[in-house]
Ligand binder design. Sequence first.
Ligand code: NAD
Length: 507
Amino acid sequence: MVVAQDKATTCKLLIDGAWVDSKATEFGEVNNPSTGELIAKVPMGGSDDVDRAVQAAQKAFLEWREVPVVERARVMFRFKNLLDAHYEDIAKSVVREHGKTIAEARASTMRGIEVVEFACGVPSLIMGESMENIARNVDIETVRHPLGVCAGITPFNFPAMVPLWMYPVAITCGNSFVLKPSEKVPLTSMLIAEFLKEAGLPDGVFNIVHGGKDCVNALLTHPLIKAISFVGSTHVAKHVYETGTKHGKRVQSAGGAKNHIIIMPDADMDQTVQALQASAFGCAGERCMAGSLAIPVGEAGNMLIPQLVESAGKMKVGRTDIDDTIDMGPVVSKEHLAKVTALIEKGVKEGADPVLDGRKLKVKDAPDGYFLGPTILEAKADNTVVREEIFGPVLSCVRVETIEDAIKLGENCEYGNGAVIYTSSGRAAREFKHRFNAGMIGINVGVPAPMAWFPFTGWNNSFFGDLHIQGKESIQFYTQQKMTMTRWVAPSKGSTKFHDPIWKAKS
Ligand code: NAD
């Protein structure tokens, strides 16, 4: 059924409802991170491919926007049923190309399906406002119109979920869409595209192109594209925002993160250790909401760190593609493994103490997998591993004396996605919630990633734009408002121009 699911096949583009070849001459590799095995080749397309997809999307948009919103939503209801029916296939595809555990793949797929549930409610959410007699005999109303062709550019870490953050809402609002999935994990999006077609989405409303930088730049500059949704690292997010807006597009651009986790001495340490371990090492740390910097306050350091080192050291790391009992899988690629390892080495050179060192890990029967064990680095606040995003199974740890010191560390952070406090003090929690310099706050919640009905509110260099992904802001992002003022007045007395029985009867 799905072209790119075959062994080491070359990924096709989805244009106007058909799987077609790219015009690219260069190809990237999709590998199973557990084994290093080549599972697909992905064309590194450019402006030719993008233009074909956008032209098809523009043609489809002109008809799709006229389809009543309740009918568009019905496609989403059917899509949701198909996603439920194929839930396990999708999760397995995520494991195969990304390497996370099956439990993590299932959970993130569910988060993506919830966006489709949200999109089923677009008829209620897209309604405008109206008021009678805003001035004498004048009525006013606003309605929301779709924008046109929208594009989505997504990262490697959530092959199903992050693309699903975007197109279900954009499409149900009446737009057409071109998705460029991460070239490292394009297969799951191709699988899911089949379900959109089966759900009755007309050809051309949803299209897929493949590639990297050139493909993204072609999307950012194409005159027919009206809006860009991006999720990825901060330096690319900034480039996407600047280039897209320069070319007259709406852009929502989510970037990287360094999520601070404050642990107060009054926290329940057993629960905190479990939650922190899941936050830092879940999905091998490849989550933009992963807890990546632990900040134990006062005595919390001595209680937390030895317990965490012991517990994380027992995590079962291995091949997620054949073993459902694994606690942590590989990182996504050989290059990413080298990058994460180099950052650990840099941190250690700068004085960090590797109290748990995952570099020593060897996974039996998987010599070519991209494995790194859970790593905990005790460091000073100015160490690279404390300031920079690592995006691997590495938890940096800085001890501080007071909650004030912990909040100050947040003020100096260039990112601002998530921040968490573990405490049993309402006062400490309130102070933290009010003052901490980040957009998504967790209080005794390890990964405070909002579900589909609420926006993903990154701050600072974790987000560029005005309207965030998910929630009601996504409806605003994918629509433009039209305001109409209406005046119907009675004709002047004696006028013969109008034949108005009501007026006649009154006069
Ligand atoms: P990335 O920035 O390397 O790639 C993201 C997308 O941008 C991909 O589709 C890629 O093809 C494209 N791209 C890469 N380099 C480019 C360039 N120079 N010019 C134009 N396009 C380019 O990110 P990644 O490594 O795939 O994903 C990990 C990053 O994503 C992390 O920084 C993580 O924090 C972030 N992320 C953020 C969120 C969020 O909601 N804020 C969610 C998930 C991931």
